[in-house]
Design a protein around this ligand. Structure first.
Ligand code: GUN
Length: 288
């Protein structure tokens, strides 16, 4: 049977239209747009592309973005100084440091130097802890994008067995927490899981975020499962996911394509997080 294609581009366009309206309302009320600062350190080509996409998306919805492109050899102290300035600025409501960082910089220490209220990636321990305990927080963009894509596609999560493959702080762990919050039964698998296929075949909802091209193949997926592919891998000049679309799609009930699935949702959620951060910083009651 043909699976349903979960169209991240279409849902992201809906979200962006809503964010654009929120940005207009914010501007009318406060006289300035929400502002996002993006820090890019070094010349990682994939990071440069992601940052360009984020800038373009900000422009589309009316968020003021400022990109700080620092040299790969920038000393840690200069990064902290910039973060202290951005933390203080009233026209900057969101701060994002693009990962990965050059090896001399400690990503956790840098994340912790971002004011949690401006941490639009949701990576600061205060936001991570609030996500785990169910408090108000900024939610990491890719996991929030996955949930929004499922919910807006009419896929119910409650009572389902969700299997998350990958345990990164950016995707796997927060995705598992959000699914659990929505009453899924959640299993998290990783590189040390023996007999991965036995577990993935139990999934009603399978979320794959491992960064290994096409590692999930048809026989690892239950008939009718909802498959969410977070991978973006470049293989022989072509973008492919962590899911082998050709063998998985015929068994799946619904599946995200790569490109055009989770990727556009991540960017849309960054915009939503930036407006949310701006409203909370302004003390606006609509923020929650
Ligand atoms: N690198 C890959 N994904 C992300 C993300 O969601 N946020 C940041 N800051 N860097 C990333």
């Amino acid at each position: 049977m043909e699976p349903r294609i979960l169209d991240g581009r279409a849902v992201a366009a809906q979200v962006k239209a809503e964010v654009a309206a929120e940005v207009r309302a914010y501007r009318e009320r406060y006289g300035e747009p929400p502002g996002l600062a993006v820090i890019l350190i070094g010349d990682n080509p994939a990071s440069q592309t992601y940052v360009r996409n984020k800038e373009t998306a900000c422009r589309e919805v009316g968020i003021a973005s400022a990109v700080y492109h620092l040299e790969a050899v920038t000393p840690a102290e200069s990064v902290y100084r910039l973060l202290r300035q951005l933390n203080e600025r009233s026209d900057i409501h969101g701060i994002l440091v693009q990962l990965p960082l050059p090896p001399h910089l400690d990503p956790q220490a840098i994340i912790e130097a971002i004011r949690p209220e401006k941490d639009v990636d949701g990576f600061h321990p205060l936001n991570v802890g609030r996500l785990a305990t169910g408090g108000p927080c900024l939610v990491p963009c890719t996991p929030r994008g996955i949930i929004t894509l499922l919910e807006r596609s009419g896929i119910s999560i409650r009572g389902k067995h969700a299997v998350v493959v990958g345990r990164s702080n950016i995707v796997g762990k927060p995705a598992a927490l959000l699914l659990l919050q929505r009453d899924a039964t959640v299993t998290v698998c990783h590189s040390r899981t023996p007999d991965l296929a036995i577990v993935t075949r139990c999934a009603d909802i399978l979320v794959v975020a491992v960064g290994r091209p096409q590692m999930i193949t048809g026989e690892m997926v239950k008939e009718g499962a909802v498959v969410v592919d977070v991978g973006i891998n470049r293989v022989e000049g072509k973008l492919v996911g962590d899911v082998d679309f050709a063998t998985v799609a015929p068994r799946a009930g619904a599946i995200t394509p790569v490109p055009g699935g989770v990727g556009p949702m991540t960017v849309a959620m960054l915009l939503a997080n930036t407006v949310e951060a701006a409203r909370r910083l302004a003390g606006s009651p609509e923020a929650d």
